[in-house]
Design a protein around this ligand. Structure first.
Ligand SMILES: Cc1cc2nc3c(=O)[nH]c(=O)nc-3n(C[C@H](O)[C@H](O)[C@H](O)COP(=O)(O)OP(=O)(O)OC[C@H]3O[C@@H](n4cnc5c(N)ncnc54)[C@H](O)[C@@H]3O)c2cc1C
Length: 380
């Protein structure tokens, strides 16, 4: 089997990349280890992503414009997005829809676990576990195989540096938990997560409840158990799921004839752990760069430079926010207090929905700056 480009990993980043490559007429294969894979994920996506990729409304099972942030002392701040919403998707349906789009565009979609990659002159030869598939030959590779990317290891990319472990449980609605069915709830509480946050995301027929923490520092199962107790849920979950989240871009994610996208490249924002948007956006930018490289000889690293130019300020801002406010419960208390401010809410939602840093007027910036200083002094 010979292709122009092999995309390894059929999550959102890989599926988008292979669709765009195939649409451009390149011979493309999308290799996914398990086409029935259910990626552990909250499935919260911003309106901007839904619009950009024309996602059909049946895929977005809830559109939520109300949120609550809860502090360690139980202070609850209501937040409202007047001009948008968080969409809730279910990854098993979402990923297979995106893969189907890739297949409709002409990409081969194959099931097999990539086990090794060999370089043969100018080509790559990809092997699958147990030789389930005949060797796949390709001129270029896009590694889209998630946080523990084997592609990155095989092609000797620098490591994914910081990994958070996140766990989520799904609960079918009962009359007792129906009250959570129309609102996103975020818990900033050291007992639920000492360095991240806990979430309650409502889906069409279940609640997804989860928490995250820096890997190997705390026991994620204990944190999750405590979270469920604190919410007061006595129902039993019907699914437990957990996975790592890489929250720092790799030092480099463009190589010779190869590119990493999504979690494989470490493209999940700190503080909120948002990765689906960046997976699909990086898949799109990577595919466009590869098409220009193959057709016009443009350098491949246009992709990485472009991605960093667009999103480095967001990654930096959220990293600072996490390292300042997620340190202890007093600071978390202050953080939730700041979220009560209408201007803070507007700036947060504007930048979340469309991933654009929207500069606020000077008077608002000064007000938010002074509030931050006041709360930081109070919290320390
Ligand atoms: C518990 C949890 C909750 C989260 N909640 C949210 C959220 O609410 N919103 C949000 O935006 N982000 C969330 N994220 C992050 C989000 O899930 C990821 O950032 C996103 O899935 C990245 O997409 P991807 O395509 O890059 O990688 P993945 O979705 O991880 O896809 C990688 C694919 O590669 C396949 N694969 C792996 N190895 C191989 C191999 N060797 N050969 C072939 N195939 C292989 C896998 O089966 C998988 O399908 C959450 C993450 C976790 C763990």
């Amino acid at each position: 089997m010979r292709y122009d480009v092999a995309v390894i990993g059929g999550g959102p980043s890989g599926a988008v990349a292979s669709r765009i490559l195939a649409e451009a007429g390149l011979g493309t294969v999308l290799l996914e280890r398990n086409l029935d894979n259910v990626k552990p994920c909250g499935g919260a996506i911003p309106l901007g992503l839904i619009e950009e990729f024309g996602l059909p409304s049946e895929l977005v099972e809830k559109k939520l414009s109300h949120m609550r942030a809860r502090s360690p002392k139980g202070r609850v701040i209501g937040m409202h997005m007047p001009n948008g919403y968080v969409g809730m998707v279910r990854r098993e349906r979402f990923d297979s829809y995106l893969r189907q789009e890739a297949s409709n565009a002409g990409s081969d979609v194959l099931e097999g676990l990539m086990s090794s990659i060999e370089r043969k002159g100018e080509r790559f030869v990809i092997h699958t576990l147990g030789d389930k598939l005949p060797p796949i030959e390709a001129d270029y590779i896009i590694g889209a195989d998630g946080a523990n990317s084997k592609t990155a290891d095989e092609l000797r990319f620098p490591p994914n540096e910081l990994k958070v472990i996140a766990m989520q449980q799904r609960f079918r609605y009962t009359p007792a938990i129906e009250k959570f069915s129309d609102i996103v709830e975020i818990w900033f509480d050291g007992e639920v997560s000492p360095d991240f946050y806990g979430w309650i995301f409502p889906k069409a027929d279940h609640l997804a409840i989860g928490t995250g923490t820096e890997d190997k520092k705390h026991n994620i199962r204990n944190l999750q158990r405590r979270f469920i107790e604190k919410i007061g849920i006595i129902e039993r979950p019907y699914l437990d799921e957990a996975a790592k989240i890489p929250m720092k871009p790799r030092r480099s994610f463009t190589g010779e004839r190869a590119i990493l996208v999504g979690d494989a490249a470490g493209l999940v924002t700190p503080a909120n752990g948002e990765g689906i948007f960046f997976a699909m956006r990086s898949g799109k930018l990577a595919a466009q760069a590869m098409i220009n490289h193959i057709r016009q000889g443009a350098p491949l690293d246009v992709y990485e430079k472009g991605f960093r130019k667009l999103y480095a300020p967001i990654f930096f801002g959220l990293e600072v926010l996490q390292s300042v406010y997620y340190r202890n419960d007093r600071l978390r208390e202050s953080f939730v207090a700041i979220c009560a401010d209408d201007d803070v809410q507007q700036i947060t939602f504007d930048s979340y929905l469309y991933k654009k840093m929207v500069p606020a007027p000077w008077s608002v910036q000064m007000k938010i700056f002074s509030k931050n200083i006041y709360h930081l002094i109070k919290g320390s």
